[in-house]
Design a protein around this ligand. Structure first.
Ligand SMILES: Cc1cc2nc3c(=O)[nH]c(=O)nc-3n(C[C@H](O)[C@H](O)[C@H](O)COP(=O)(O)OP(=O)(O)OC[C@H]3O[C@@H](n4cnc5c(N)ncnc54)[C@H](O)[C@@H]3O)c2cc1C
Length: 301
C-alpha cells in the first residue's frame, strides 16, 4: 500500500466518508484513517431523524454503502488511529500506532464522543447497565425501568427508542425545559412510558453485579430510585488530541475554522462534528465535507 496521498482524511464517520468520496470524484488520491470501525456516531442509530436521502435504513447501512462506494472509487482505507500530525516542506506527516504517511492536505473529520457525567458507578457499570446505545441495548431492558440523562435531540430520540422496550423511562434533565426539536418534545409528551424529571441531576449509579438504583438530586434533596439502565446524552466532546497545538480550538475544544473550513494551519481543514459551528445533523456534516473537498480540489489544481 502506498504511504503517500494527495489528501488524508482522519475519521470514517459520515463527514470523513463524504469528504473522501468527493475528493476521489475530483480525481484526487485520498485515504481515510479510522481508529475503530467506519460509521462514527450514527453507527448504532437505526432510526435517523432527520435522515439524509439514502439513510432511511439507519446509520450502519448508510455508512456501509458510503464505505463501499469509496472503495470502488479508489479511496484507501487505513484502519489505524492517528496519533500525531506534523508539517514540513509543504507536506504533512500523519503518524499512527504502526507507521507514518504523507499527504499534501489534511481533512480532520474525527468527530466527537458522548460526554460522560463523571459520577460514581458510571465507568464501573459500563456494559452492566450503563450504556451509550439505546438501539443496541434497549431490548435487554424489556419491561425494566431505565433513565436517560439530557434534554436535547439525542436524549429525547433515545428515550423514545427505549420506550419501545421498557416499562418506564425517567428522562432526567437538570434544566427546566427540553432544548430538542418540537416533534421530539411532542412525542415525549405523548408517551405514557417516559417520565420527564426537570431540575434533577444524577449523583451515582448503584448496584451489585448490575445497576439497580440511581441516586438523584432534586430541589427537595437526594433520593434513590430503582433503575436498571443509565443512558447519558448530555452533549459531545471533540476527538482531536492528535492535532498540533497551533490548530486553534474554541473554549470547548472544538476546532475553529475560517469560512472555507480551513483551520488556523493552512492545508489542515475541518469538517463535521469536530468543528465549532457545525450544525449537528448528518446533513450538516456532509455539507461541511463536500465544501472542504471542493476547496481542496481548487487548491491542488
Ligand atoms: C445518539 C445520537 C443520535 C443522532 N441521531 C441523528 C439523527 O437521527 N439524524 C442526524 O442527522 N444526526 C444525528 N446525530 C448527529 C450525527 O451523528 C452527527 O452529526 C454525525 O454523525 C457527525 O459525523 P462526523 O463524521 O462529523 O463525526 P463522527 O460520527 O464522530 O465520526 C468521526 C470518526 O472519526 C474517528 N476518529 C476519531 N479520532 C480518530 C483518530 N485519532 N484516528 C482515526 N480515526 C479517528 C471516530 O472513531 C469516528 O469513526 C446523532 C448523534 C447522536 C450522538
Amino acid at each position: 500500500m502506498s504511504t503517500s496521498f494527495d489528501v488524508i482524511v482522519i475519521g470514517e464517520g459520515i463527514a470523513g466518508l463524504t469528504a473522501a468520496g468527493a475528493l476521489a470524484r475530483h480525481g484526487l488520491n485520498a485515504a481515510t484513517f479510522e481508529q475503530q470501525i467506519f460509521g462514527g456516531l450514527v453507527l448504532n442509530v437505526n432510526e435517523l431523524h432527520p435522515a439524509p436521502a439514502g439513510a432511511e435504513a439507519g446509520g450502519a447501512a448508510f455508512a456501509a454503502e458510503m464505505t463501499q462506494a469509496n472503495a470502488d472509487a479508489g479511496v484507501t482505507s487505513v484502519q489505524e488511529p492517528v496519533t500525531a500530525i506534523s508539517a514540513s516542506n509543504g507536506k504533512f506527516t500523519v503518524t499512527t500506532g504502526s507507521g507514518s504517511y504523507v499527504a499534501r492536505q489534511i481533512v480532520v473529520a474525527s468527530g466527537a464522543r458522548l460526554k460522560t457525567l463523571g459520577i460514581p458507578g458510571e465507568a464501573e457499570f459500563e456494559g452492566r447497565g450503563v450504556s451509550k446505545c439505546a438501539d443496541c441495548d434497549g431490548p435487554m431492558f424489556q419491561n425494566e425501568t431505565v433513565a436517560v440523562v439530557g434534554g436535547g435531540d439525542s436524549a429525547l430520540q433515545e428515550a423514545l427508542v427505549l420506550s419501545q422496550y421498557c416499562a418506564k423511562v425517567h428522562l432526567i434533565h437538570r434544566g427546566s425545559a427540553f432544548s430538542a426539536q418540537p416533534h421530539f418534545i411532542e412525542q415525549v409528551k405523548a408517551s405514557d412510558k417516559i417520565v420527564p424529571c426537570f431540575g434533577t441531576t444524577v449523583e451515582a449509579a448503584l448496584g451489585g453485579q448490575m445497576v439497580e438504583k440511581l441516586r438523584i438530586r432534586t430541589a427537595a434533596g437526594s433520593e434513590e430510585i430503582p433503575c436498571a439502565g443509565l443512558f447519558v446524552y448530555i452533549g459531545l466532546e471533540p476527538n482531536n488530541a492528535f492535532l498540533p497545538a497551533d490548530v486553534q480550538r474554541n473554549a470547548n475544544g472544538f476546532i475553529t475554522t475560517g469560512d472555507a473550513l480551513e483551520t488556523s494551519v493552512g492545508g489542515i481543514w475541518a469538517a463535521g462534528a469536530v468543528r465549532a459551528g457545525c450544525g449537528g445533523s448528518l446533513d450538516d456534516a456532509m455539507a461541511d465535507a463536500t465544501r472542504v473537498a471542493d476547496a481542496i480540489a481548487v487548491r491542488l489544481k
